[in-house]
Design a protein around this ligand. Structure first.
Ligand SMILES: Cc1ncc(COP(=O)(O)O)c(C=O)c1O
Length: 370
């Protein structure tokens, strides 16, 4: 089976983890601090705060901005459920604005229509590794005095207008096992605001600036030294890993004529966490065809967040036509840097054949009056 994701770990990671284990210090310590400094430098911001997951990064970032009960946060419905759940976890209400057909990201015009006196923050997602329209979203946040929190969990290393995502607002990253760089589980918050970073540090550690003195309600959302050792090593490889993803994406696009392949919009540096085609009504048949050919493809995401049972139960009933259409049509193909050229070629051939079989089937059905 050609896998849709596969962590690429080598000798360097093994040595770094061994050294961390042998240091005698396992919980948050000097390696976490070094990882934060290196990551802040990489993104181009003053501060980075390491946490235990991308979900924790989003939760802590929103809390650090003072988001809470009675507030609304405008976000994308076409994302992993963690984005909106982090808002719910603060006691605030996620408000979904439909996404753009261009980049599948929060549509700034529609987001603008959702803003009212309760709105506290904008929470765009850089889906699949393509930055959202940060110019328009920054202008919107400024105009209405809103916090701007970026869900950059899928987009580490991506940039908009030459500037890294996570440096426009408060950045939230995930280092989950399938992400472009990994620590197994892990996350990071990036910001230029030292006070916000200080609040985030309190929130991740039971409100403790000094040990056993709790100043505020916080949690245990700390990163381990072993995770930080992995992160420091993976960060050094990140640009090369992302370049390989981009080369793989180019190869797929060149070898999938006739398919609706992803578009990298001008001024945006896409890091292809996912390579996602629009397969139309034949999507599920194509997914099955690929599985039979030992190619693992996947649907991110089969339900917009507002249609999840959790959100239906909370009373969400709104129609968001673009997100709904995309969730019926999208299909992500293997693009990760561990693929050989032979495997990439096998993916492209299987997709071409699957699409041709689908077209022939539809023609036959029309011929039979179907
Ligand atoms: C868009 C998005 N937001 C948030 C998350 C949550 O990250 P984590 O799984 O590290 O909690 C993920 C990843 O899983 C994601 O893809």
């Amino acid at each position: 089976m050609i896998r849709i994701a596969q962590p690429l770990l080598g000798e360097e990671e093994e040595q770094a983890v061994l050294a961390a284990l042998r240091s005698g210090r396992l919980a948050q310590g000097p390696l976490v601090r070094r990882f934060e400094e290196a990551f802040a430098r990489y993104i181009g911001v003053r501060e980075a705060v390491a946490v235990s997951s991308g979900t924790a990064a989003l939760h802590v970032a929103l809390l650090a901005h003072g988001v809470g009960p009675g507030d609304e946060v405008v976000t994308s419905p076409f994302t992993f459920v963690a984005t909106a759940n982090a808002v719910l976890a603060t006691g605030a209400r996620p408000v979904f604005a439909d996404v753009s057909e261009e980049d599948f990201n929060l549509d700034p015009a529609r987001a603008g229509e959702c803003i009212n006196e309760r709105t506290r923050a904008l929470l765009p997602v850089h889906l699949y590794g393509q930055p959202a329209d940060m110019e328009a979203l920054m202008a919107l946040a400024r105009r209405h005095g809103l916090a701007l929190v970026e869900d950059a969990c899928q987009a580490v290393g991506a940039s908009f207008g030459g500037r890294k995502v996570g440096s426009f607002g408060t950045g939230c990253f995930s280092f989950y096992a399938t992400k472009n760089m990994t620590t197994g589980e892990g996350g990071m918050i990036t910001t230029d605001d030292p006070e916000l970073a200080a609040r985030a540090r309190l929130l991740r550690d039971h409100g403790q600036r000094r040990r056993y003195v709790s100043e505020a309600l916080g949690y245990n959302l700390r990163m381990t030294e072993v995770a930080a050792a992995l992160g420091l090593t993976q960060l050094q490889k990140l640009d090369a890993l992302n370049e390989r993803r981009r080369a793989n994406a180019r190869y797929l696009t060149e070898h999938l004529p006739g398919a609706t392949t992803p578009r990298e919009l001008p001024g945006r540096h896409h890091v292809y966490h996912q390579y996602t085609i629009r397969a139309g009504r034949g999507r599920d048949a194509l997914l099955g065809y690929l599985r039979d050919r030992d190619v693992e493809a996947a649907v991110f995401y089969p339900l917009p967040v507002n249609k999840q049972p959790l959100y239906r139960g909370l009373g969400y009933r709104q129609r968001l036509p673009v997100a709904e259409r995309l969730s019926r049509e999208v299909l992500s193909l293997p693009v990760h840097p561990g693929l050989s050229w032979e495997e990439l070629d096998a993916v492209a051939s299987a997709v071409r054949e699957g699409l041709a079989v689908g077209r022939a089937g539809r023609v036959a059905m029309r011929g039979a009056g179907g």
